[in-house]
Ligand binder design. Structure first.
Ligand SMILES: Cc1cc2nc3c(=O)[nH]c(=O)nc-3n(C[C@H](O)[C@H](O)[C@H](O)COP(=O)(O)OP(=O)(O)OC[C@H]3O[C@@H](n4cnc5c(N)ncnc54)[C@H](O)[C@@H]3O)c2cc1C
Length: 377
């Protein structure tokens, strides 16, 4: 047991909470410092003044392909099935999304079988293409019309740039199906924590060896090494280094929550609005939290260019800048400062990936600690 060893964790998001849970069990004393007034990072959910459970920083649909990860998390929460059903509002009508056989048949007013739909879509697809980008990839998969109605304007709103400048990988995140499967996500395990994400992450922090300080913004100082054996930083990497090479670019979001005194406001969890309004989607949480209430809340999501970091912009310049920060980061790792998570690594990750990262960085710290102990014998 590491009775007198102290670790500072900056950020009480998924990565910080998981690492704290693992390391506290090994006997380390953990201080978590969090700039917001709550834990759970961007997964934070809470009951609003109408008693409706909502997600403050955008809807979080939990999924994982790892049974081991699910088993680990089951120590901190019970689960409810994740029914993530999404529609797109196109040509004044609702279509199942991601595109599936029902979407294709309804859009083209056909009654195709799976095989016929594949053949038809192949006949309208644009292939081959030279430049790899979001637009060319999708046109090669579904043709021009579906691309323009379901993807093009949504992406322009979401990213604020021409989709020809977006990477293929963004398009590949959304499946294209020829069966009638409706779930938004293909991943094997789709569950929501029964009492919410905040409760699940809160349960990880119940160990007496963990001390959480909220509303406390951290700034690195060399003196910290006098008080802590290790530091785990999960905040933005450019902020840590005082932006000495410049600012990394992020796309931001503004949320507008609206509450109604009715059971449900919309017929499914999420409705995308690619071609109408200046918000991208509306989400009605009760569809997925299964909460019973005479009120219901929806959120509207407005992408904006300036504000809190949500999606890494990852332009060529951003990538170059990141490399400079990574070099600095590596130097500090030898001194026992670790960087992990979506802000510190400047990459989009889902919650299950953030949890894996939390587990892995805890392992890394333990390994380093064992090595240091051997050196001192
Ligand atoms: C709009 C949106 C929707 C998403 N939807 C899903 C989804 O449906 N399913 C899914 O699996 N994942 C989803 N995610 C991803 C999920 O939010 C992240 O994977 C997860 O939050 C990453 O955890 P983290 O600990 O790395 O970072 P965060 O959750 O951002 O936590 C980092 C914490 O560090 C704190 N912090 C930063 N700097 C400092 C500092 N200097 N001092 C003190 N504290 C600091 C921050 O306040 C924050 O609380 C979504 C993300 C976004 C943006």
């Amino acid at each position: 047991m590491e009775k007198n060893k102290k670790i500072l964790i900056v950020g009480a998001g998924p990565v910080g909470c998981v690492a704290a849970e693992v390391l506290s069990k090994k006997g380390f004393n953990i201080n978590i410092t969090e700039s917001r007034n709550h834990i759970a990072g961007n997964c934070y959910d809470y009951k609003n003044k109408y008693g409706v459970l909502v997600h403050k920083y955008g809807p979080h649909y939990f999924r994982t392909k790892s049974k081991t990860l699910l088993t680990y998390l089951s120590k901190f929460t019970k689960w409810i099935p994740g029914d993530y059903n999404v529609n797109s509002f196109v040509n004044r009508d609702f279509y199942e999304f991601p595109i599936n056989l029902n979407t294709i048949n309804k859009f083209f007013k056909k009654k195709f079988s799976e095989k016929e739909a594949k053949k038809f879509i192949k006949s309208i697809s644009i292939k081959p293409y030279k430049k790899k980008n979001f637009e060319n990839y999708l046109k090669s998969k579904i043709g021009i019309e579906l691309y323009e109605k379901f993807y093009k304007n949504y992406s322009i709103k979401q990213w604020g740039i021409d989709p020809r400048f977006l990477s293929e990988s963004v398009a590949k995140r959304i499946p294209i199906r020829y069966n009638k499967q409706t779930s938004y996500i293909n991943t094997k395990y789709k569950f929501m924590p029964k009492d919410g994400f905040t409760k699940m992450f809160g349960n990880m922090l119940l160990n007496k060896k963990i001390n959480v300080k909220l509303k406390s913004n951290y700034k690195y100082s060399i003196d910290d090494h006098r008080y802590y054996d290790y530091i785990l930083y999960t905040g933005p990497i450019d902020t840590f280094f005082n932006y000495k090479f410049g600012y990394l670019g992020w796309r931001s979001l503004r949320f507008k929550f609206e509450t109604f005194k009715k059971n449900f406001k919309q017929h499914c969890l999420q409705i995308n609005y690619p071609n109408d309004f200046n918000f991208t989607r509306t989400v009605e949480y009760k569809h997925v939290t299964k909460q019973r209430s005479k009120y219901t809340t929806i959120s509207k999501e407005f992408p904006i260019s300036k504000g809190k970091p949500y999606y890494p912009r990852s332009t060529v310049e951003d990538k170059k800048l990141l490399q400079k920060y990574i070099k600095e980061r590596k130097k500090l790792e030898t001194k026992g400062v670790y960087f992990a998570g979506r802000l510190a690594e400047y990459k989009y990750i889902n919650t299950d990936e953030a949890i894996e990262i939390g587990l892995n960085v805890a392992k890394k710290i333990l390994k380093k600690h064992k090595k240091n102990q051997k050196k001192n014998i």
